[in-house]
Design a protein around this ligand. Structure first.
Ligand code: URP
Ligand code: ZN
Ligand code: ZN
Length: 467
């Protein structure tokens, strides 16, 4: 007979309300929840004063990704360990089909990258770097394999960019299959032109990356995408939304009847373009923040926070795409366009969102659990197994102590990157314990199990009825 564990006397966070009570877990699942008395022989963990939250679901990572002549600093081993320490128990990574390759081959490689290395449960989106009829024919078998979300890039001309005719056909096929496609919305043609112009004028410092991608570049791409969607009315979502301009395009599209699901990221909520320094400055530290889309301004941050709170935006992923400052970001020391794009963030997602969202009064704890877990579980076909604290669900649980106070420093994190964009951030609240399918993985903020027993999750079709 397996022994049960009682998480005793916490605040159980549900999507619409919070209950005072305890959760009993046994054999990987939640078996009871409410006012529970300890059983004889049961392990009891005192959770008084703490929130009990559904394990976080990270919707956007690039682990072990080959990009811009290098490979991300984090693979599945270090990336998922870092996620676990931060309260994330499921990650959905972007398996990538490279040019000329089949999706089956891309997926096979991603299974090899992840198999036996993941500390948490994981699934894949399928990122397509081009479009053709072979890929169209393959989509059905990808969906059969439990990958029910794809990604296409409207940016990165010549490498991954697709245009409206491709998008139309891909959405048509995804719609037929009941799957979804996430879009990286930036105008790749204009970015390419602006980059050539700016470099041609001799502007090569990291400051100029943002000048190649003003906010209109995102907004216009969203307008173009939503025009295609208007013709087809298919399921789709927008990844890493960064601007108020983009959000107003989304709201306009929704008014016309398009059902748009949206992800944003902590960096667009919390960091701004002042990190890029000044045109005169040549401080290469700015390379740490080179990502696409780039960091925006405070007005954008406020619009995104409001969108998250009000249901305009449905979930938060980090776009964890880590490159070391030394040796990797440095590849672009003399040319901003050679700096590998992306930054780390997987470990701090829940902590940042709590400290700057809940503590600052921008959202309540229930909305916090919805945008860090429940909505992603529903949209990415994992619900009700994941994303909710209820009897029968996987016992993926975070014990979160709202009283803790700490300051972010790269040395405290578990990823394999030599910096964090959030260095020095003062945080209130901290992930204390983490359970993955009932197994106690993090205690008092420390990883206590090094098992890489995360399971591959075959996902069901998306439920887009989320707010
Ligand atoms: O700069 C970023 N975001 N790199 C990762 C790839 C992507 O566009 O999501
Ligand atoms: Zn992207
Ligand atoms: Zn990404």
């Amino acid at each position: 007979m397996n022994k049960s564990i009682l998480l005793k006397d916490g605040f159980i966070v549900l999507p619409e309300k919070t209950l005072e009570g305890s959760i009993r877990i046994c054999c990987e699942t939640i078996i009871a929840l409410g006012d529970l008395t300890p059983l004889e022989d049961e392990t009891v963990i005192d959770c008084s004063g703490c929130y009990l939250l559904p394990g976080g679901i990270e919707t956007h990572t690039h682990l072990d990704l080959e990009s811009m002549g290098t490979v991300t600093a984090d693979d599945f081993r270090s990336g998922t360990r870092s996620a676990l320490a931060g309260g994330t128990t499921t990650v959905i990574d972007f398996a990538t089909q490279f040019h000329g390759e089949s999706m089956a081959r891309g997926l096979e490689r991603w299974h090899e990258k992840a198999d036996g290395k993941s500390a948490i449960d994981y699934g894949f989106h399928m990122a397509m770097t081009e479009w053709n009829q072979n890929l169209r024919r393959e989509m059905a078998s990808v969906v059969d394999g439990g990958i029910t979300s794809f990604k296409m890039y409207m940016a990165y001309k010549g490498r991954m960019m697709v245009q409206e005719d491709d998008i139309y056909e891909a959405l048509e096929e995804a719609g037929r299959l009941g799957a979804t496609i996430g879009f990286h919305c930036e105008n790749g043609l204009l970015i390419d032109l602006l980059t050539r112009r700016i470099r041609g004028e001799g502007h090569l410092s990291p400051y100029y990356h943002q000048m190649t991608r003003p906010d209109e570049i995102e907004g216009e791409a969203i307008d173009r995408l939503e025009t295609v969607v208007y013709l087809l009315h298919t399921n789709h979502y927008i990844v890493h939304l960064s601007t108020a301009r983009g959000l107003s395009s989304i709201l306009r599209a929704r008014e016309r009847g398009n059902q748009v699901v949206v992800e944003t990221c902590p960096q667009y909520l919390l960091l701004d373009h002042s990190r890029y320094g000044t045109p005169e400055g040549d401080d290469f530290e700015a390379a740490k923040y080179i990502m696409s889309p780039p960091l925006r301004d405070r007005r954008d941050q406020e619009a995104l926070w409001q969108g998250l709170a009000s249901g305009g935006i449905q979930f938060v992923g980090t776009d964890h795409c880590s490159f070391n400052f030394i040796g990797q970001k440095e590849m672009g020391r003399h040319d901003f366009s050679a700096i590998p794009n992306g930054a780390p963030g997987i470990e701090l997602r829940m902590n940042l969102l709590y400290a700057y969202g809940v503590v600052r009064g921008r959202m309540d704890i229930n909305r916090f659990s919805v945008v860090t877990s429940t909505n992603a579980a529903k949209y990415f076909g994992l619900f009700p197994r994941k994303g909710i604290l209820q009897v029968g669900s996987d016992a993926d649980i975070v014990v979160f102590d709202p009283r803790a106070e700490w300051t972010v420093s790269s040395d405290l994190l578990h990823d394999n990157c030599d910096y964090t964009p959030y260095e020095g951030f003062a945080l209130k609240g901290r992930v204390r314990d983490v359970f993955l399918r009932g197994s106690h993985k993090v205690a008092s903020g420390k990883i206590i199990s090094e098992n890489t027993d995360g399971r591959y999750m075959r996902r069901a079709l998306p439920d887009s009825d989320i707010r």
